[in-house]
Write a protein that binds this ligand. Structure first.
Ligand code: DLL
Length: 425
């Protein structure tokens, strides 16, 4: 008989047993991490050993790990295993300075594929499905992450990769794609191209399921996508530091995303006081890997803001649920699935002597598409020659595209000198 769980014994484990498993895996993680140069030093400075963890509350005795520390210890300072046992490396998109690097052993990749398969099974996908992935393949984990997860499930998996909407549509119709993975902004774009091509995805394709994630989106956007494509869309959360996709995922109840607590330990803290917030309140998500061999991460400050949804889920899964990501506690923003820090824009702009020191980044959403505009002032000495200015604009745009992976609308503006107006009130 077909069950509704991929791994019923884990997904419906009692809270007590789940917590026992977490302590056991937490201790193993500490032991494992202590072999990396970074954690070895950190544990020594903070007097941490496996015995520090007797109960789950003891976890608060451990220091946090930050993205900055990962960059400082680039590329392999947090690697705990022997690099000869490493089989894959992913690095973050769009970061300032060194990217964050995650190295995986075969065990890690197996565990990750299993988690993604668990998510897909949860929303009804089976080996008879045709799963098309419109994520970028390469360093972005949405590509290979879903590829291996869908293959693990046994689905016929189509690595269509990003872009080329007409080709995506041809694949969907020709191969009988039943489930599609897309970032939300792209799902809307694809629905528009369907319209332009005169194909009705609701009647002319076998599409029933959409997996959307990797960037913030609202419930209204989801409804619009569902209606345009004639699918049920499920929210999927993850990050490259925690493998990628397959970290938290909605079940058919769609009342939050189940967080796979056998593989990740979840804390929600106040980003300023660093103290835990009460269940149900919004704070910063802090995560510890519980089943990673090559590069465990302990109490990683994700900067994502969310909350734990109180209560039990009628689906029977005991793993906690988190709400949609409400924002970030740093200045990172996500455009078209790409993570961008304003510093990256600044890094490029400062290299042009023609530019002044002020710039403005504007983010907007038009017809459900994210847009990024950069206005930057020219300095006093810059030319008035239109052709030279246009060449300058193109060169800055090109360099920005190289750095942030998307092309912003760039406007060069004359410096405005303000004179004070005198007047009497
Ligand atoms: O975006 C991994 C992924 C791929 C997740 C495909 C889901 C689907 P990063 O590029 O490292 O990894 O970006 C991680 O994206 O910290 C969040 O800020 C944001 N994010 C991811 N999923 C969601 C979501 C992948 N469902 C960062 N809703 C995270 C809102 C999301 N934000």
């Amino acid at each position: 008989m077909d069950t509704k769980y991929w791994e019923e014994d884990i997904e419906t484990l009692s809270r007590e047993k789940l917590q026992q498993l977490q302590i056991q895996r937490f201790r193993k993680t500490i032991e494992r991490a202590s072999h990396s140069p970074f954690y070895k030093q950190l544990f020594k400075e903070n007097n941490i050993s496996v015995d520090t963890i007797q109960t789950l509350d003891d976890i608060r005795k451990l220091p946090f790990t930050t993205k900055a520390q990962m960059r400082e210890n680039y590329p392999f300072g947090l690697v705990a295993g022997d690099l000869k046992d490493a089989v894959r490396l992913h690095s973050s998109s769009g970061t300032t300075g060194n990217p964050t690097v995650i190295v995986h052993s075969q065990h890690d990749l197996d565990s990750w594929a299993n988690l993604v398969a668990r998510c897909l099974y949860m929303v009804g996908l089976r080996s008879s499905d045709v799963f098309q992935n419109s994520s970028g393949y390469g360093m972005f984990t949405g590509g290979l992450g879903f590829q291996y997860g869908a293959e693990r499930l046994g689905a016929l998996t189509v690595p269509a990769a990003a872009g080329n909407s007409k080709r995506q549509i041809k694949f969907i119709t020709d191969f009988g794609t039943t489930a599609l993975h897309a970032i939300p902004s792209y799902a809307i774009r694809l629905a528009e191209v369907f319209q332009e091509e005169g194909i009705d995805p609701r009647n002319d394709t076998r599409l029933t399921t959409l997996v959307i994630g990797a960037e913030p989106h609202t419930d209204e956007q989801r409804k619009k996508i569902e209606q345009m494509l004639g699918v049920k869309a499920y929210n999927s959360f993850g990050m490259s530091e925690m493998n990628g996709p397959g970290v938290a995922f909605e079940c058919p109840e769609q009342n939050g995303m189940h967080f796979w607590e056998d593989c990740f330990f979840v804390e929600i803290i106040d980003p300023d006081t660093e103290e835990p917030v009460p269940v149900g309140e919004i704070g910063e998500l802090v995560l510890t890997t519980l089943d990673r061999d090559m590069m465990p991460l302990i109490r990683y400050r994700t900067r994502d803001l969310t909350r734990i949804i109180p209560g039990e889920c009628p689906c029977g899964r005991t793993h906690i649920r988190i709400d949609r990501i409400k924002g970030r506690s740093d200045d990172m923003f996500i455009i078209k699935g790409v993570n961008i820090f304003p510093m990256q824009v600044e890094k490029i702009l400062v290299q042009f002597p023609e530019l002044g020191s002020n710039y403005l980044i504007t983010l907007s959403t038009r017809d459900y598409q994210d847009e990024m505009a950069v206005e930057v002032e020219l300095n006093d000495l810059s030319t008035d020659n239109y052709i030279q200015l246009e060449n300058l604009r193109k060169e800055i745009t090109r360099q920005l595209k190289d750095e942030i992976l998307i092309t912003p609308k760039l406007k060069l503006v004359k410096k405005v000198h303000c004179r004070k107006a005198r007047g009497k009130l």
